[in-house]
Design a protein around this ligand. Structure first.
Ligand code: ATP
Length: 309
């Protein structure tokens, strides 16, 4: 069952149609990925959902009712452009933003301490924001987003500026929040993160949704005849095999697409015959990155059949 329904949202800026009649649904208890390249229309969509922009047309329905200003209190929104008061101290910042959402008291302080410890910032409680690194400021902004215990979390490019350790930490916290029943909408152009975190996605391209649904179902649909091979050797010679449609070289991992009628077994036989040392051979596997390329038609060798428009 879905909790949010975005219906035919449209927004233009002058001649630019930033968002063009987009519709998607967000299921209960999910991490939902709104994914697409730079300028695709993700932030504009989110701003309309958050009532920051008025749509030209369309609406957002929350459990059967059109959302209005009150959605802002139900949601924690991490905007793409970060904005905290640089002269303010970390602790005061956290309490101030919680208070703006009507939350004060011991519970909030306990929670603020919990997240400061989790993000390894407990000893910076009394530092001014301007004295923190960009990544640490970003972590504080994330805490302000979740402190008032919102039902929805809307995170616009939450990983930008974070190092790998903090990226993992943030992923862990997002999944912890999901396990608490929060509904998380993650806007990103980073397919890798979307793939690891999201169970449902909408892929937006030039203001339109070109793919929408459960990630596992989409993967099954796109993975037909897709083989992933881990090996160090160059496999470009496979292009000349009659059964191979395309070869994509991602370093130690190669993605092979078979033509209709091509059998993985035959491909394996050819590799063994050439004495290729194979570390992994997996049929019917495809990454979200490859799906993105296929669905957006970036790689014309791949066919776009199956995109759920
Ligand atoms: P990114 O990942 O780069 O943030 P995005 O998918 O969030 O991209 P949007 O920021 O929604 O994309 O932008 C969609 C289109 O609308 C772009 O062409 C952008 O230049 C344009 N746009 C967005 N906001 C405005 C605005 N306030 N005025 C004019 N044009 C805008």
């Amino acid at each position: 069952m879905y909790v949010l329904e975005v219906k035919e949202l449209t927004k233009s800026f002058g001649k630019i149609k930033a968002v063009d009649h987009i519709s998607f649904t967000v299921p209960e208890g999910s991490v939902f990925g709104l994914i697409g390249r730079n300028g695709a229309g993700k932030t504009t969509t989110i701003r309309m959902m958050m009532n920051i922009y008025l749509p030209d047309s369309g609406e957002v329905i929350l459990r059967g009712t059109k959302i209005g200003q009150e959605f802002k209190d139900k949601a924690g929104y991490l905007p793409e452009e970060r904005g905290l008061y640089k002269k303010m101290k970390v602790w005061d910042t956290l309490l101030y933003f919680a208070e703006l959402k009507g939350k004060t008291g011991r519970e909030i302080e306990k929670k603020a301490n919990y997240y400061l410890k989790k993000f390894e910032l407990f000893d910076r409680k009394n530092s001014k924001l301007e004295d923190l690194s960009k990544g640490n400021q970003q972590k504080i902004q994330f805490i302000t987003t979740i402190l008032h215990d919102p039902e929805f979390l809307i995170l616009d490019e939450p990983f930008s500026g974070l190092d790998p350790i903090n990226t993992d930490l943030l992923k862990e916290i997002i999944l912890e929040l999901k396990s608490q029943g929060k509904i998380i909408i993650l806007c990103t152009h980073l397919m890798d993160f979307a793939e690891r975190l999201c169970d449902h996605i909408a892929l937006i391209e030039k203001g339109k949704i070109i793919l929408h649904g459960s990630l596992s179902e989409i993967k099954t649909r796109f993975a037909k005849k897709n083989i992933l091979i881990s090996c160090e050797e160059d496999l470009m010679f496979l292009k000349d095999l009659g059964i191979v449609d395309s070869v994509m070289d991602n370093g130690n991992e190669k993605s092979i697409k078979l033509k209709n009628g091509g059998e993985p077994q035959e491909l394996l036989r050819q590799l063994i015959q050439k004495n290729i040392i194979i570390k992994k051979f997996a049929a019917d596997e495809i990454s979200l990155h490859e799906i993105f390329i296929e669905a957006t038609g970036e790689d014309k060798r791949l066919n776009t059949e199956g995109a759920n428009v």
